[in-house]
Design a protein around this ligand. Structure first.
Ligand SMILES: [Zn+2]
Length: 356
């Protein structure tokens, strides 16, 4: 099978697992094979027929963030917690139009459109998704449930927040989206950054694992101008593509220490005792399912989630964790160090401590 981004036939398997997680945080019995392209270096799922069937099955039950009941995830910004959508708008504000119309593709519960409706009140808003999420409550001109290539209107701005990493034919998809933009229109994209969070490979429906360099190169094949705004959300890559906008230079290739991740999976699977998992987002859910019967429960700082059940186990505050029970902390090193420092009574298993 050829590389999804560059088409090279030189792809080789680097990991194969018998379980996974969906991006709406459901532990899945679907295995997958992760491959790396020998030519462009991109990590990606092997998107064969079985993979595509599993993805169709996954999307037929999809629900954006069921545990949060449609609220956008919180990101810490200074001392005031802000949502991911607010951060994206803030970081990209001066690239975005004030008037005209804006389409949000894969809108989910509409958290980004909600922010846009307050930040850019003169924009006419449109939404698209495969279905209307029950929590979607933004006042839009139109909600499309058809694929983007069936839309006939043109937009001065299109946003795709966490969409492109799900697409098995990104070149064709981007061409279709480009056709929906007005001449001066801008495309705002955000995808997870594999260089800063290797754990994202566990998410089954993330088919391409982008780095800044690979996202930039892909967009450059379809748009004249690509800019990576200076402010970036942790673990994510935000990019703006257009035909007449701003252009920043090609980012340098970053290396992904995949060996460390494989070692971490091995370490976790060999610890034969009850464990907590920190967090309830997809990656944490993956580890909760991965350790099976050894899972005691989830630790989460979000008071909204505490007391609820996840994989049939209770979500509790990290402050209430029982002494002496280890806790899997599946976060990139820097974030893991911050969390360990804040909850120094908990015996965390982090990717930095994975060589025990
Ligand atoms: Zn490639």
């Amino acid at each position: 099978m050829g590389c999804i981004l560059c088409g090279s036939g030189d792809t080789h398997e680097i990991l194969s697992l018998s379980c996974s997680v969906s991006s709406d945080s459901r532990f899945l019995p679907f295995g997958f094979s992760l491959v790396r392209c020998g030519s462009c270096g991109t990590l990606q799922k092997k998107a064969d027929e079985t993979y595509k069937l599993n993805i169709t099955e996954l999307y037929s039950h999809y629900r954006s963030y069921p545990l949060t009941e449609g609220r956008d995830q919180l990101k810490s910004f200074g001392k005031i917690p802000v949502t991911r959508a607010q951060l994206i708008e803030k970081n990209c504000a001066d690239h975005l139009p004030e008037t005209g119309s804006a389409l949000d593709i894969g809108t989910g519960s509409g958290s980004f459109l909600k922010v846009m409706s307050e930040a850019k009140p003169n924009l006419k808003l449109f939404a698209q998704d495969i279905g209307r999420d029950p929590d979607f409550s933004v006042d839009v001109k139109k909600f499309y449930t058809c694929p983007p290539d069936k839309i006939s209107e043109r937009f001065s701005m299109i946003s795709m927040i966490h969409v492109l990493e799900h697409i098995t034919e990104p070149h064709e998809f981007l061409e279709n989206v480009k056709g929906l933009l007005t001449e001066n229109g801008v495309l705002l994209i955000q995808v997870p950054d594999i260089s800063s969070n290797i754990f994202d490979t566990a998410v089954l429906d993330h088919v391409v694992h982008f780095s800044k360099a690979s996202l930039y190169s892909l967009l450059k094949e379809h748009f004249k101008c690509v800019a990576l705004p200076e402010g970036q959300v942790a673990k994510e890559i935000t990019a703006i593509a257009s035909m007449h906008g701003r252009d920043t230079k090609q980012p340098e290739k970053e290396t992904v220490d995949f060996e460390k991740y494989i070692e971490y999976l091995k370490t976790v699977s060999e610890i034969n005792e009850p464990m907590y998992v920190f967090g309830t987002a997809p990656v944490s859910t993956f580890f909760g399912g991965y350790i099976g019967d050894r899972l005691v429960g989830f630790l989460d700082e979000d008071t909204f989630k505490q007391g609820k059940l996840h994989l049939d186990k209770k979500i509790i505050s990290p402050l209430d964790a029982e002494n002496g029970i280890k806790c899997i902390l599946p976060f990139p090193q820097e974030m893991a160090s911050n969390i360990s420092a804040r909850f120094n009574k908990i015996d965390f298993i982090t990717i930095c401590s994975s060589t025990l």
